[in-house]
Design a binder for this molecule. Structure first.
Ligand SMILES: Nc1ncnc2c1ncn2[C@@H]1O[C@H](COP(=O)(O)OP(=O)(O)OP(=O)(O)O)[C@@H](O)[C@H]1O
Ligand SMILES: Cc1ncsc1CCO
Length: 268
């Protein structure tokens, strides 16, 4: 199917239905800040979270999971070993895996690890503009976990990473961008409140891993971001601030319906 906005909207609704029906098992090797939020977001989506990040277990589990998230937010030495194990096993078993290179650029340990893991061909790379520019080798990663670089610079970096075999690359921000190095789409949903709760980007990576078990990486990325950001818009309507937004966001993800998703999706 050609990737027109209309077809991608239809694929998004279908992929969301598939996630709901199949409850994909999503293995998360993620940071200590966002672990609980990420598990609750996956449950609300209709997926099955499993935070399996021990060496000796992570590789085996990656062979049976539907999708794997490797998020570099707080990468202890033990977790780094488990990440290498999981990425290699996922690649061997054909399990789709998402790399979220949190705060790379200025921080040397995770930057080297992100480049090492990218060489193992992640199915999807997800990051904010600073992180994608740093992964491409150009930027210095801004101020850590927040994006500071320009979107167009990041899109060019994302295209280069994808063309080098780094998978489908998604850049988050006011407009989200997904590219496979050939085609690039822009996704217009979302709300700034997502940037006022920790894990707004990290939990999105887990949702992308859930969709990657159901769809090709490009369609999965578009669908995951659109579902996530439509739920954020619905939640923002009733939120008094970041605290109630986080709760309303989980409720909105759980209560989403196909007609609302189709009507609100902004894909171009
Ligand atoms: N200005 C904005 N308006 C609407 N939505 C936004 C805006 N900025 C970011 N988002 C949304 O917030 C989510 C997280 O994106 P963001 O770029 O903040 O990730 P991040 O910096 O990696 O997050 P984290 O805090 O987890 O490291 C995405 O779904 C994105 O679409
Ligand atoms: C705040 C923070 N620090 C390391 S990981 C993380 C979660 C958002 O990326």
């Amino acid at each position: 199917m050609t990737r027109t906005p209309e077809n991608l909207t239809t694929s998004t609704v279908e992929a969301w239905g598939a996630v709901r029906a199949h409850r994909p098992l999503v293995q998360c090797l993620t940071n200590t800040v966002v672990t609980n939020f990420t598990a609750n977001v996956l449950l609300a989506l209709g997926a099955t979270p499993a935070m399996v990040d021990l060496p000796g277990e992570a590789g085996w589990f990656a062979q049976v999971a539907s999708g794997v998230l490797i998020n570099l937010g707080t990468p202890t030495q033990e977790q780094r070993s488990a990440m290498r194990e999981a990425a290699a096993a996922a690649a061997d078993a054909g399990t789709p895996w998402v790399l979220d290179p949190v705060a790379i650029g200025a921080l040397p340990v995770r930057t080297a690890l992100a480049k090492e893991l990218t060489a193992l061909h992640p199915t999807i790379v997800r990051g904010n503009a600073s992180e994608i520019i740093a992964l491409d080798g150009a930027g210095v990663g801004g101020r850590g976990v927040d994006a500071t670089d320009s979107v167009e610079e990041a899109v060019a970096a994302a295209v280069r990473i994808a063309r080098r075999g780094g998978g489908v690359v998604a850049v988050s921000g006011p407009t989200d961008v997904v590219t496979d190095g050939v085609e690039t789409v822009r996704l217009g949903n979302g709300d700034t409140l997502l940037t006022r709760v920790t894990g707004g980007g990290c939990a999105l990576g887990a949702v992308m891993a859930a969709f990657a078990g159901e769809e090709d990486p490009f369609t999965a990325s578009v669908a995951a971001i659109t579902v996530y950001n439509v739920a954020a818009e619905i939640a923002a309507q009733s939120a008094a601030g970041p605290g109630s937004f986080a709760v309303a966001f989980i409720d909105a993800l759980a209560g989403l319906d196909a007609a609302t998703l189709r009507r609100r999706a902004v894909i171009s």
